[in-house]
Design a protein around this ligand. Structure first.
Ligand SMILES: [Zn+2]
Length: 346
């Protein structure tokens, strides 16, 4: 049956009726009967987690069953769109095509340049980074994931190599996400025209101008770092002090990035899955205006990833809340109603 929702539509803030017909939204009342699933409240075009890695097994491999469970956890929380910047395996068709499954944007494997001095077991190491990156973007959903460095101490991928990657991927119509933790890593990627910087612990201020000019997003994944802070601080080593200083820098850069015109987006990069509301809380604490932080996990993220929000003919993803999340972001963790791909989840 068709669904009917009446509420205050965000981000516009206009209270109106909408209907869900299959996987589409319309503001025109259909002739056939529909079931009212929400009346009152605030309506978002679903939540988005732009940095999550479901299905990562403890041995670094890919577990399809675990992937399905963790995607389901995202869905139960109202997360209707997921971007996977690095997966060790292929998304099982049965999960991707299941009725009411979240929309998924995969970026293929984690690609690491052979010249990097530090790598992890889950990286796919290649001499031909630009070719490999373009191939991943074509083989997946238009994105690839590059290790711009590994941590804040080791030398990053050089600018020329990163530039070649960006040119090769853009030439095939794809986009590049780069993991960067060192100041030089972030700057090389930003200057090279990267599409998103993931983490960005040592992000130098001068990188923000390049990112703004190129329409790049900043995805700090603060939830993951907040979860490690106490443990790192307890080590009390010189290296842990550098980590803590880098963490303070990235928190400061969140607000500065927004002020500089960079799109800041919400990604959790950690368990539990379905926890993007927590990332919004961290973004607000870091200084993002609450409406911007909510948009970072919803309409702004959809726009950046090329999906419509709540509009005539838009895709049928909705979450409904009692309170206005722009005033009370914590309400994001408690959706009253969830519709994903036209299916009522809750
Ligand atoms: Zn990650």
């Amino acid at each position: 049956m068709n669904l009917h929702v009446r509420g205050t539509i965000l981000p516009d803030g206009v209270t109106r009726d909408l209907w869900v017909l299959g996987d589409r939204i319309t503001f025109e009342r259909p002739r056939v009967e529909s079931e009212t699933v929400a009346r009152g409240g605030f309506v978002l075009p679903g939540l988005v987690d732009v940095h999550t890695h479901p299905g990562a097994a403890e041995d670094g491999g890919f577990d399809g069953e675990l992937f399905g469970e963790q995607v389901a956890a995202h869905r139960e929380a109202g997360t209707a769109l997921l971007r996977f910047p690095g997966l060790s395996g292929t998304v099982p068709d049965a999960v991707r095509e299941a009725v009411g499954a979240p929309r998924m944007i995969t970026a293929g494997r984690w690609l690491a340049w052979a010249g990097l001095s530090r790598k992890a077991e889950f990286h796919t190491v290649t001499e031909e980074l630009a070719q490999a990156a373009a191939a991943e973007a074509v083989a997946h959903d238009g994105w690839c994931k590059i290790m711009g460095d590994w941590d804040f101490e080791a030398p990053p991928v050089p600018y020329d190599v990163m530039r070649a990657v960006v040119e090769a991927v853009h030439a095939v119509g794809g986009r590049v996400a780069a993991h960067c933790q060192s100041a030089d890593g972030v700057l090389n990627a930003a200057r090279a025209g990267i599409d998103s910087i993931e983490h960005g612990m040592g992000m130098p201020e001068e990188s923000l101008g390049f990112m703004a000019a190129n329409g790049a997003a900043y995805v700090p994944t603060l939830t993951a770092f907040a979860g490690s802070r106490a443990e790192v601080a307890a080590r009390g080593t010189a290296r842990s002090r550098v980590w803590l200083a880098g963490h303070d820098t990235m928190i400061r850069r969140v607000g500065e990035a927004h002020d500089a015109g960079v799109t800041v987006l919400a990604g959790t990069d950690s368990a539990p899955f379905g926890n993007v509301a927590s990332e919004v809380g961290h973004l607000v604490a870091a200084g993002l205006p609450a409406d911007v932080a909510v948009g970072a996990a919803s309409w702004r993220a959809r726009e950046f990833l090329g999906l419509p929000g709540i509009e005539e003919g838009g895709l049928a993803d909705l979450t409904v809340y009692e309170a206005d999340p722009r005033r009370e972001p914590a309400v994001l963790a408690h959706p009253r109603r969830i519709v994903v791909r036209g299916q009522v989840v809750r």
